[in-house]
Design a protein around this ligand. Structure first.
Ligand code: CUA
Length: 356
């Protein structure tokens, strides 16, 4: 009896954990609460296939359990071999045809959706963003608008946006679960997908392909803003010139250090020299202070930035900044202070979040 009680307790605990942990998702990082047309299609397919599979599961398990309980050999029963029904043509036909029908029910909508979601015939009529995956950051190149950015990908709400994916190094996978399905990021062929956001907001993006020690830190955000805000953001980004910033004494020193320590050879700080398709060695910092995060996961504060510049390896193992320069903590503080002045626009991830 006691043993039975122990098992009961464990099962109850596991059951409770399931219920509690099921609430651990994030509203903007789930395929189960879609906010985009492609994600709606994915959820429909998820529900369809889960329903079919659950019905099959029940159709097998329920008779199995009934048979197991009702027809088990009881104490004192005589040895008895039941009627053998192998080779029953009717049964064999039924359980061959039913699975075929079920597969067709799942396959037809899936194949149709796959073709629909891969159709890029009207791409030239919409916003196109060339996305490059790098260990461990994302580069977003808006060729028609002649701007580039990193970490936060801005899109206008209720508009179809095409992303064209390629990698500069290893395989990555581009995934914004709330807006669309995931797509591989390959080195040689450009993979294209589209997405739209039905509501303004900040949607979480992930790299979904193991790509090295900091794979789990290769996060980004899709910032969906109103069409007016998007136009404002684009203009702000185009006009921003880091050479024309009015800087205090510390920031001026920081800017000089940023230049003399060769940070500039890897990081762009404005879009004045924009060249289509050119890829910086490190993330574009034009809108650094406006970002929701940097290094994938850190809040852009001077304190975090100093920690990052002084010792990037502990924060993001395997990044390409480690060992590329020699900077003291005092110098890092000045550079951080300068980078926090790189704020081209009032349209930011924070401004969208606060509106809600
Ligand atoms: Cu890139 Cu994982």
């Amino acid at each position: 009896m006691k043993k039975w009680l122990g098992k009961f307790k464990t099962l109850t605990l596991l059951g409770l954990l399931t219920i509690v942990l099921a609430g651990c998702g994030k509203e903007n990082l789930t395929a189960l609460a879609p906010k985009g047309g492609s994600a709606d299609t994915s959820l429909y397919l998820i529900i369809l296939t889960t329903t079919v599979m659950s019905l099959v599961f029940l159709a097998v398990v329920i008779p199995f359990v009934i048979v197991l309980l009702r027809f088990r050999k009881k104490k004192g029963d005589a040895d008895f071999i039941p009627e053998q029904v192998e080779g029953n043509q009717k049964l064999e036909t039924i359980w061959t045809i039913i699975p075929i029908i079920l597969v067709v029910i799942m396959a037809v909508p899936t194949v149709l959706a796959t073709f629909e979601l891969a159709d890029d015939a009207d791409a030239s009529e919409h916003i196109n963003i060339n996305v490059t995956g790098n260990q461990y950051w994302w580069h977003f190149d808006y060729e028609d608008e002649e701007i580039a950015t990193s970490q936060d990908m801005y899109i206008p709400v209720d508009t179809k946006v095409y992303v064209h994916l390629i990698t500069s190094d290893v395989l990555h996978s581009f995934w914004v679960p709330t807006l669309a399905g995931k797509l591989d990021v390959n080195p040689e062929n450009v993979n294209t997908m589209f997405m739209d956001a039905q509501e303004e907001g900040v949607y979480y993006g992930k790299c979904a392909e193991l790509c090295g020690p900091s794979h789990s830190l290769m996060d980004f955000k899709v910032v969906a803003v109103s069409e007016d805000d998007f136009d404002t953001w684009v203009t702000d980004m185009q006009d921003f010139d880091s050479e024309e910033l009015e800087l205090d004494a510390i920031a001026t020193e920081g800017q000089e250090l940023f230049d003399s320590k060769s940070c500039l050879s890897c990081h762009a700080t404005d879009n004045q020299e924009y060249q289509a398709g050119s890829l910086p060695i490190g993330p574009d910092l034009t809108s650094f202070a406006d970002r929701s995060r940097f290094a994938g996961i850190l809040l852009p504060t001077e304190e975090n930035l100093v920690d990052w510049i002084v010792d990037p390896e502990t924060i993001k193992p395997g990044n390409k900044m480690t060992g590329a320069y020699d900077v003291t903590e005092e110098e890092a503080e000045k550079i951080a202070h300068y980078l926090m002045q790189l704020s081209p626009s009032d349209v930011t991830a924070d401004s969208v979040d606060q509106e809600k």
